[in-house]
Design a binder for this molecule. Structure first.
Ligand code: PEP
Ligand code: MN
Length: 346
């Protein structure tokens, strides 16, 4: 940590900061400039609880040198994490981007889900998405089929070979969801549900953590840290847009810059959900392409066989034929991205 003192800080105030940090186990290096004094407190603040010197008299600013997250950071693991599944699907690193697709919610109509699953698989998806436990803003909206929905997803996996990603909303249902799903999704609303994150640390299955709608990148990575700290290294991050100033033209503001930022500071895979990121069907293809060019390890897209009558999020779901068309364009784009050199278009 770097502690910058006010120009008029007294020697007594400087000594007080130094003593407080030394008492916490930090080594101190003092740089006495002409105008102000800068104190470097050397030591791992993740190991020691630093003294709350920011509020001491005479302190102007406290800056962190190391990231506050550890297991998720490139400082502790430089190699990209690649999450691998038994059927050969890999997410992360220099692997080709993974395509997750499916309806927002698993609905009563099993045939519809199977039709979507077969169709997205034929177009190039390897993972089927679909919510059985739905976090809905209103209690009057469809809340999901719960275990029946998980059974439908398992049926779709059996018929298509697609892996299944589905949301888990609380600690009580972690074991149930883990018994059906290949990847457990934490929704944006639960990104800082620390009890849930802890339980997922212990669940033994990969977790896809969605960014909270008002979460900073640091908070996002610290939420991932909770899962890793509790024993699960297989965390996939998902950027899904944050609250912006314009909810008229788009539902959220998709933070594309978060992709290279997260890749710089973390080794975890990062995928993008352009459906929740924009809320508008016509924005999905451009944002999917942009995400992949920015280096995303994959995309998750809502697709429905009859979006106009979907129980949830029809306006941000592609039809089966729109998804086909988008995938044809994306496959061309993927062919032009130089994965060996990790990002840029050839
Ligand atoms: C979802 O992907 O089903 C979902 C509810 O998204 P989010 O948590 O990002 O709102
Ligand atoms: Mn949705």
């Amino acid at each position: 940590m770097i502690i910058v003192m006010e120009p008029r800080a007294t020697q007594e105030q400087i000594d007080k900061v130094v003593k407080a940090m030394e008492n916490k186990g930090f080594r101190i290096n003092i740089n006495q400039g002409d105008v102000m004094t800068v104190i470097a407190a050397i030591g791992d603040r993740r190991m020691f609880q630093p003294a709350s010197v920011a509020s001491f008299d005479g302190v102007r600013e406290v800056k962190l040198i190391q990231e506050p997250f550890k297991l998720a950071s490139r400082e502790s693991q430089n190699e990209d994490t690649v999450v691998e599944f038994e059927n050969g699907v890999k997410i992360g690193g220099l692997e080709k981007p993974v395509i997750m697709a499916g309806p927002c919610s698993v609905e009563e109509n099993l045939e519809g889900l199977l039709e979507i699953a077969h169709s997205v698989k034929a177009a190039g998806a390897t993972i089927l998405r679909g919510g059985a436990f739905k976090p809905r803003t209103s209690p009057y909206e469809f809340q999901g089929l719960e275990e029946l929905g998980l059974k439908y997803l398992a049926q779709a996996r059996k018929e298509t070979g697609l892996l299944v990603v589905t949301e888990v909303m609380d600690t009580n249902t972690v074991d149930l969801v883990a018994s059906y799903a290949d990847i457990l999704q934490v929704g944006a609303r639960n990104m800082q549900n620390f009890k849930l994150l802890k339980a997922l640390g212990e669940c033994g299955k990969p977790v896809m953590l969605k960014r909270g709608a008002a979460a900073t990148i640091r908070e996002f990575l610290l939420a991932a840290e909770h899962i890793m700290y509790n024993g699960n290294p297989n965390v996939i991050l998902c950027e899904r847009g944050i609250k912006g100033i314009d909810s008229h033209y788009s539902r959220n503001t998709l933070d594309l810059a978060s992709i290279p930022i997260i890749k710089k500071y973390s080794h975890l895979p990062i995928i993008v959900d352009p459906s929740h990121g924009t809320g508008r069907r016509y924005l999905i293809e451009p944002m999917s392409k942009a995400s992949l060019v920015c280096g995303a390890h994959g995309i998750m897209v809502e697709v429905h066989n009859d979006p106009d009558n979907a129980m949830c999020d029809g306006a941000q779901s592609l039809t089966l034929s729109m998804f086909d068309e988008m995938m044809a364009n994306i496959n061309q784009l993927i062919g032009r991205i130089d994965y060996d050199n990790n990002k840029a278009l050839k």
